[in-house]
Design a protein around this ligand. Structure first.
Ligand code: GLA
Length: 399
C-alpha cells in the first residue's frame, strides 16, 4: 500500500527551497513548560503492566533514544506509566517504588535519565488508586488526599513531568482534584510539566489549560489502542478541538502506537502526520530496543516533527471532512503552512485541493512533500492519489 504519484497536475519539480525546515531549538532550550508539545517516550503502549516494565528496560530505552538519533530529533522526556509504584505507601505515607521493578528507587532512575540528557516523568492518578485493576486485592496508591506529600516526593526525586490519571476518583469534581495536585506541584518550586489524563470526560479543554489548574496538556479522548479504527476515532475527536490548543497548553489525543505492529506502515505514517499537524504530544509508545527500520524512519522524520514543534504553536484546523477525505492546515511561524490530506476510507481516492481551500490566494506557491522529501512549485490545485488510509503531508509557502 504505497502512496503513488503525489503531484499530478500543474505542479512541477522545483529545486531545493528555503523553507526554513530546521527543527526549532525549543526542545532543548529551557523554555516555558510546554512551549511546544511534549516529545519523548512512555512505556505504557508497549508494556502495559507486564513484568518487563522495570528499571533495566527504562534505562535501556533511554540509551536507545540516544543511539538511534531520537534524542537529537527532539524526543526529550522519558516517562514511566502505571505500575512503577509499590502497593503500599511507606510508614510515613510516602510513595515508594516497586522494589521488584525498580530496586534502585526513583531518585536513582531520575538521575540516570537526567545523565543521558533527558527529563524524567512519572504517573499517578487523581483517585484513591491508579487505573491498573486491583491485583492481589491491592491497587497502586493514587494521589487523592496525598497531593502535597506526593508532589514533594516527585520534586525530591527530580521528576520533571507528571501524568495524572482519573481512575478511582470517588466522584469528586475533576476541577477540584486536578487543582489540588496542580497547586501541590507549584508549591514544590520545581517546574513539573502537568499532563492531565482525564480522558475528555469533563471537557478538560475548557478548564485544564487555565488557572487554577493551568496544565500543559490534557487528554481529550479515551485510550488509544494499536489498530487503525482506534487511531481514527481518537483523531476525529481531537481534530475539532483546535481552538483550545496554544503554547503551554495542548490537546492530547494519547500516545503514539507507531512501531507496535497493529497497523501498516502507511497507517502509522498517517498517525504520525495527523498527530504532528494537530500539535499533539509525540510520546513514543513502542519498545525501541526492538523497533523495525520502517517505524524508526517515521519517528525520525524531522520535517514532520518540525511541524508539530513549530513555535507559532497553533493546532491544525480541519478545512475539509467529506467523503472520508480530511484536509488539515496548520500555520507555521515562518509564514508557511503545513497541510495534511488524509484518506480514511478503504478505497484509493484521487483528491484535489485548491489553493483557496488551504488559504492561499492566487499565484505560484512552493511545496515541500514532507514524506517524499521533494520540492515542487505550482499555481493550480494539488492533486494526489491516496491509497486506503494513506495521507500526504506538505509544507507550502505562498501568499
Ligand atoms: C489509563 C490511561 C492510560 C494508562 C493507564 C494505566 O487507562 O488513560 O494512558 O496510563 O490508565 O493504567
Amino acid at each position: 500500500m504505497k502512496r503513488v504519484n503525489p503531484f499530478v497536475a500543474k505542479v512541477t519539480l522545483f529545486s531545493v527551497l528555503c523553507l526554513g525546515l530546521s527543527l526549532p531549538a525549543a526542545a532543548s532550550s529551557p523554555e516555558r513548560l510546554g512551549a511546544v508539545p511534549q516529545m519523548g517516550f512512555n512505556n505504557w503502549n508497549s508494556t502495559h503492566c507486564r513484568d518487563e516494565f522495570n528499571e533495566q528496560m527504562i534505562r535501556g530505552i533511554a540509551d536507545k533514544i540516544v543511539s538511534l538519533g531520537l534524542r537529537d530529533a527532539g524526543y526529550r522526556y522519558v516517562n514511566v506509566d502505571d505500575c512503577w509504584a509499590n502497593w503500599q505507601r511507606d510508614k510515613n505515607g510516602k510513595l515508594q517504588a516497586n522494589p521488584k521493578r525498580f530496586p534502585s528507587g526513583m531518585k536513582a532512575l531520575a538521575d540516570y535519565i537526567h545523565s543521558r540528557g533527558f527529563k524524567f516523568g512519572v504517573y499517578s492518578s487523581a483517585g484513591t488508586s491508579t487505573c491498573e485493576p486491583l491485583q492481589e486485592n491491592r491497587g497502586f496508591p493514587g494521589g487523592l488526599g496525598h497531593e502535597k506529600e506526593d508532589a514533594a516526593s516527585f520534586a525530591a526525586w527530580g521528576v520533571d513531568y507528571l501524568k495524572y490519571d482519573n481512575c478511582n476518583n470517588q466522584k469528586i469534581a475533576a476541577l477540584q482534584r486536578y487543582t489540588a495536585m496542580a497547586d501541590a506541584l507549584r508549591a514544590t518550586g520545581r517546574p513539573i510539566f502537568f499532563s492531565v489524563c482525564e480522558w475528555g470526560e469533563n471537557k478538560p479543554w475548557l478548564w485544564a489549560g487555565k488557572p487554577p489548574v493551568d496544565a500543559q496538556s490534557w487528554r481529550t479522548t479515551g485510550d488509544i489502542s494499536d489498530n487503525y479504527a482506534s487511531m481514527l476515532k481518537v483523531f476525529k475527536q481531537n481534530v475539532v478541538l483546535d481552538r483550545y490548543a496554544r503554547p503551554g497548553h495542548w490537546n492530547d489525543p494519547d500516545m503514539l502506537e507507531v512501531g507496535n505492529g497493529g497497523m501498516t506502515d502507511v497507517e502509522y505514517r498517517s498517525h504520525f502526520s495527523l498527530w504532528s499537524i494537530m500539535a499533539s504530544p509525540l510520546l513514543i509508545g513502542t519498545d525501541l530496543r526492538k523497533i523495525k527500520p520502517a517505524a524508526l524512519d517515521i519517528l525520525l522524520n524531522k520535517e514532520v516533527i518540525a511541524v508539530d514543534q513549530d513555535l507559532l504553536g497553533v493546532q491544525g484546523h480541519q478545512v475539509r471532512d467529506a467523503s472520508g477525505i480530511h484536509v488539515i492546515v496548520k500555520p507555521l511561524k515562518d509564514g508557511s503552512r503545513a497541510v495534511v490530506v488524509f484518506n480514511e476510507t478503504d478505497n484509493a481516492q484521487d483528491v484535489s485541493v485548491t489553493p483557496a481551500e488551504i488559504g492561499l490566494k492566487a499565484g505560484r506557491y512552493e511545496t515541500r512533500d514532507l514524506w517524499l522529501h521533494s520540492d515542487h512549485a505550482g499555481d493550480g490545485s494539488i492533486a494526489v492519489k491516496l491509497q486506503p488510509h494513506a495521507s500526504a503531508m506538505y509544507r507550502i509557502r505562498g501568499a
